[in-house]
Ligand binder design. Structure first.
Ligand SMILES: [Fe+2]
Length: 384
C-alpha cells in the first residue's frame, strides 16, 4: 500500500468521522479508532497527517469562526440593516412565508352596462380611435391601484362610433368580445370581414390581425372585451403591431372559426336538460382551442334558479347576456342585468340566483390552473 493510497484512506475516514459526529456513537467511535490506527501504522507520515488535519479541521473551523464573527451585531435593527446593506431582504420582515390557503389581492366587484354605455357615448365626442387605438373603458378592480379586472383576466366596454373604423392590430394577448349592440358592425380577422350580431362572441387569439368597423351611419356598436393581458403582461411576453387595411374591399367570411354565433348557442341551450350537478344550470362549454388561457361557458338559468355555491382556484368573469339576477360572492351580492359584468377572484365562494330566465357568459382561467396542477375546487353545501 503506497503512502498516497493510505493518505486517501485517511482522508475518507476523516470525512466519515465528520459525518458520524452528528450520527450514531458507534460510527463515531469506529471512525475515530480507524484514524488512530492509521497514525500508529504510519509514523513517517506524521507531517502529512498534521497538514491533512489542519486542512480538514482547523481551516474549516477558522472560516466558520470568521463568518460567525461577521454576524455579531449589537441589536436586531443593526442585524437587519446589515442584511439590507448586503443586498438581501430579511425573510422575517413584511410579506412572505407560506400561507395555508391563497390570499386575495383582488376584490369581487361588478360593473354596470347602462353606466358604461353612457360614459362611452360621452367619450365618443372627444376620443378618436385614430389617436387612442381603441375607445374603451377598463373595468378596473376596486382593490388599490389595480388597472385590471382580475389577476389573469381583464374586461373592458368598447365602442365603435357610426361609420368608424379602428385600424387593425395584432398582439400576443388572447382576446374575445361579447357583442352588446351592433347593427352592421364587423371585426376584420386576418384580412376577412366578420359581421357581428348582438350576443355573438368573436375571438381574436394570439397574433391574429383584427380591426373594428361599423357600417351603420347612425348607431354605434358596443361590446365587452375580455383578454388575458394581465397574465401576458406579468410574464413580459407582450408583442404588438399595427397595419393599415383596406376593409372596404375585403371579403366577408360567414363561417369564421373565430365567430361563435348567438343563434347557434341559443338553439343549443334550448335543447339541453338542466344539469344533474346543481352547481350549474344548462351549461355549454364553447369550442375555443385558439385561446388556451381561457375557457368560455354559456350557462342558462331558469327563473328563480339558485346554483350551489362553489369555490375554486380559478378566476371567473360573468357577463349577463340576458335576464336578471344576482351573484353572491362570499357575503356580498352583486345584482346584474343584460351587459353587466361580475368579477369573482379565485378562492372566493360564489353562487348565482336568477330572478328571471337568464343566460350568463362565464370566462375563466381554469384551463391554466388545471394545466399547471393548481386547480382545486370545493362545493359549499351550506350556502347553495
Ligand atoms: Fe386588440
Amino acid at each position: 500500500m503506497t503512502s498516497d493510497h493510505l493518505l486517501s484512506l485517511i482522508r475518507s475516514r476523516i470525512l466519515y468521522f465528520q459525518i458520524s459526529k452528528n450520527g450514531s456513537s458507534f460510527n463515531y467511535k469506529s471512525n475515530l479508532i480507524m484514524i488512530i490506527k492509521y497514525f500508529l501504522l504510519l509514523p513517517h507520515l506524521k507531517e502529512n497527517l498534521l497538514e491533512l488535519y489542519k486542512e480538514e479541521f482547523l481551516e474549516d473551523d477558522m472560516s466558520k469562526t470568521k463568518a460567525a464573527e461577521a454576524l455579531l451585531v449589537a441589536s436586531d435593527d443593526e442585524r437587519d440593516k446589515k442584511i439590507y446593506q448586503a443586498g438581501f431582504i430579511p425573510g422575517w420582515i413584511g410579506e412572505g412565508g407560506l400561507k395555508p390557503e391563497p390570499i386575495h389581492e383582488f376584490n369581487a366587484c361588478s360593473w354596470n352596462w347602462d353606466k358604461g354605455k353612457e360614459l362611452l357615448e360621452a367619450a365618443a365626442r372627444s376620443i378618436d380611435p385614430r389617436v387612442a387605438e381603441r375607445r374603451n373603458i377598463r373595468m378596473a378592480n376596486t382593490a388599490n391601484e389595480k388597472r385590471t379586472s382580475l389577476n389573469t383576466i381583464h374586461t373592458s366596454y368598447q365602442m365603435v362610433a357610426p361609420g368608424e373604423f379602428a385600424r387593425a392590430h395584432r398582439h400576443t394577448i388572447n382576446a374575445g368580445r361579447l357583442i352588446l349592440e351592433s347593427s352592421g358592425a364587423f371585426t376584420t380577422l386576418d384580412g376577412e370581414k366578420v359581421y357581428m350580431e348582438p350576443n355573438d362572441i368573436i375571438l381574436t387569439p394570439n397574433w391574429v390581425w383584427h380591426g373594428l368597423g361599423n357600417d351603420n351611419e347612425v348607431s354605434g356598436a358596443f361590446w365587452i372585451d375580455f383578454l388575458d393581458d394581465p397574465l401576458v403582461s406579468s410574464l413580459k411576453t407582450i408583442f404588438f403591431e399595427v397595419r393599415d387595411e383596406d376593409y372596404e374591399t375585403m371579403e366577408t367570411n360567414h363561417n369564421s372559426p373565430y365567430h361563435i354565433k348567438w343563434r347557434d348557442l341559443d338553439k343549443k341551450l334550448g335543447t339541453l336538460a338542466p344539469g344533474v350537478d346543481e352547481s350549474y344550470g344548462c351549461r355549454i362549454k364553447l369550442d375555443t382551442p385558439s385561446i388556451p388561457s381561457m375557457d368560455l361557458f354559456m350557462e342558462r338559468l331558469d327563473n328563480k334558479m339558485k346554483t350551489r355555491a362553489i369555490k375554486s382556484t380559478a378566476n371567473h368573469i360573468f357577463v349577463c347576456v340576458e335576464g336578471s339576477g344576482s351573484t353572491q360572492v362570499e357575503d356580498v351580492s352583486f345584482s346584474w342585468e343584460r351587459g353587466d359584468v361580475v368579477a369573482v377572484p379565485s378562492w372566493k365562494s360564489f353562487f348565482h340566483h336568477a330572478s328571471s330566465k337568464s343566460s350568463l357568459l362565464e370566462i375563466t382561467d381554469q384551463p391554466l390552473m388545471e394545466m399547471l396542477g393548481w386547480y382545486r375546487s370545493s362545493k359549499i353545501i351550506s350556502e347553495g
